[in-house]
Design a protein around this ligand. Sequence first.
Ligand code: PLP
Length: 358
Amino acid sequence: MNEKLLMTPGPTNVPKRVLDSMSQSMMHHRTSEFSCMLSQMSERLKYVFQTSSDVLTFPAAGTGGLEAVIVNLFSPGDRVLLVSIGVFGDRFSKIAQVFGLDVDKLEVPWGMGADPQTIKESLKDSHKAVIVTHNETSTAAANDIKKIAEMLSGEDKLLIVDAVSSLGGLELRMDEWGIDAVVTASQKALMSPPGLAFISLSERAWEKSKESRLPKYYWDFEKARADLNKAKAQNPYTPAVSLIAATNEALAIIQEEGIENAWKRHELMANRIRSGIEKIGLGIFTHRDYLSNTVTAVDVGEKAETVKAMMENEHGIIISGGQGVLKGRIIRIGHMGCIDGEMADRTLKALEDCMNRA
Ligand code: PLP
């Protein structure tokens, strides 16, 4: 259907093997066949999350996953420290506010990551959680979650991580690093179609969830976990069967490659893109200490929207523009999921051509 090359930070290209897995006859969700598939996907997700905790699957965008975490872990008036380094940190903050949380926002200049020491110094006794974005897709800046987690170890605060544009592409070890909640979605480094949100909680977060007084039905984690752990794994309501088939296949590919190899491959691809950008004579928007390995933001000044349109119309390559205040100033090139060297080089060549002519 889509002959265009997706070099965006999501949705990303979906491998043929994954696309094919969606073209089977429809499976009923209360059959043993479906239960087996759901259990298999859940085990594979644990590997990619690097956790032994259950990973819950919801038919939703990543934003639904963020909302789900808020309504399951908190009560109105709970005070949290929210670290925002861009558009998606701001979105998480808004969701928390909509549900009546008392949000202290630690705002970091766009293009930078958060300093773990500053996070620690901003913490108050009354904070119940620290909420942070792993990879800020709008600025192509990645936070050092390992260091942030180390800084918070020993504190009685939940550490909640939005890993929507990082999981599967950037190193993240939920259990080893002591993260309490990880949220991600199917359409980015997991190289699956959009439509699924995945969430895992630590034991400590499950305990805290018992105190939550926010209303929930669709997002009820306790119910989702109980159904997942039945002798025949299930979902509380009709699941997105074809998307589960797709992600199950994509996760098999990641498992065959090995998660560490996948992280390494993303690093190599990011280096290839960044050095190509520099060779063209363009600047990288993000501060060099916080460069993301799944997306690169390029400073192209007022040519941004023209170049983006030329890339699509003349080269069949979809890239992204800037978001929020960066609209019209930067372009963003996604290099997560199944991007290979040939795709990266083709994108760089096209970008050079467009920049010369724009
Ligand atoms: N968080 C981050 C870091 C993202 O990059 C995105 C989407 O790009 C989201 C959350 C929201 O995900 P969705 O668009 O699937 O709702």
